[in-house]
Design a protein around this ligand. Structure first.
Ligand SMILES: Cc1ncc(COP(=O)(O)O)c(C=O)c1O
Length: 324
């Protein structure tokens, strides 16, 4: 194994194989998680939606009337907003980095006669019960699928009437994921330019179907292996570094999130060492008055620890972070 191989970045297209799927596809699959939220909001007639002040801002859509609620520096929800919400409004709850939120929040939202939407985009493979009205998933965050999102609804008759899958977008995503897979196998030395070309395309957000290609490839993954490898890597990092959240039973993390006072210097150092950690997330639209969220955003960095990597790779990451 190349001791300086690239760690992190997008996942490559999987090879077709019969995997072991613990998380089944639901009947409502769309092109991405944003489209899942959009379809739910359309179904609810676009009520005001409460979103956490710490979020992936790609979720903000011009059609939504967004109100923010606060989360603290440990990403725990400040429930004081529940005194302000009105019946029939929607509340989005995010499961950060694979960690589910305290399930009681869904009961409280229900007591207010509001609709709860759990955003499990970062926690596809974590255990959860089904108390929210809706749960949305992104299928491209911990897998190398070209596209995919899905909705689970408490009301089993909920159905999205879908539009055809956006072919150009899916083809371009397939192309860059294929190049990344070839790159990982040492068969080419450029996947990134294909990724950058893909990034120039407008992301489809609407009731667009998930592609058949991605539906078929979804079954290629050995999901128990993804969960156990990732947890093993996380547990190893945790012996040396301080994560935002300690690993607990039933959690399949998306990476190893830490806070660092000199985050941007650390980021540069990691990149110099061929380690590419995402920042979840840089806030630009959330009002500055949400001080804790902005504090968090300036320090956050997610160290890669997914199933593609082993303990040797984790050692490289640990060394870099401890030397920063
Ligand atoms: C918490 C969360 N929700 C939703 C999304 C959007 O997911 P998708 O790209 O599938 O629309 C992201 C993307 O980064 C995310 O982190």
């Amino acid at each position: 194994m190349n001791a300086n191989r690239i760690i992190g970045g997008n996942h490559g297209l999987p090879v077709e194989a019969n995997g072991k799927t613990v998380k089944k596809l639901s009947k409502n699959t769309l092109v991405n998680a944003r489209s899942c939220l959009y379809a739910i909001m359309a179904h609810l007639n676009n009520p005001p939606i409460w979103m956490p002040s710490y979020l992936c801002e790609s979720l903000l859509h011009e059609d939504y009337n967004v109100k923010f609620y606060d989360v603290d520096r440990s990403l725990t929800i400040d429930e004081s907003f529940l005194t302000e919400i009105k019946p029939s409004e929607a509340v989005l709850v995010i499961d950060y980095f694979g960690f589910t939120q305290d399930r009681k929040i869904y009961e409280r939202i229900k007591e207010k006669k509001c609709f709860s939407i759990e955003d499990a985009s970062q926690s596809l493979l974590s255990d959860r019960d089904t108390t929210p009205d809706f749960t949305i998933y992104s299928l491209t965050k911990c897998l190398g699928l070209p596209d995919g999102g899905m909705i689970e609804a408490r009301n089993s008759s909920f159905d999205v009437e879908v539009l055809p899958s956006p072919n150009n977008f899916v083809e371009s995503a397939t192309n860059f994921r294929r190049k990344r897979a070839e790159f990982d196998r040492g068969e080419n030395d450029d996947w990134y330019s294909f990724y950058m070309a893909h990034k120039k395309l407008a992301v489809p957000i609407g009731p667009y179907a998930m592609s058949d290609l991605s539906k078929n490839l979804y079954e290629s993954y050995d999901q128990p292996e993804i969960i156990s490898r990732t947890r093993e890597n996380y547990a190893h990092l945790q012996k040396h570094l301080d994560p935002i959240k300690q690993l607990v039973e039933g959690i399949a993390p998306i990476g190893f999130p830490i806070l660092h006072e000199n985050r941007d210097t650390l980021l540069d150092l990691l990149i110099e060492n061929n380690i590419y950690p995402p920042i979840h997330w840089r806030l630009r639209q959330v009002p500055k008055s949400f001080l804790d969220s902005h504090w968090f955003s300036e320090r956050q960095i997610t160290l890669p620890c997914d199933h593609r990597y082993n303990l040797e790779d984790m050692e490289r990451i640990i060394k870099c972070v401890l030397h920063s």
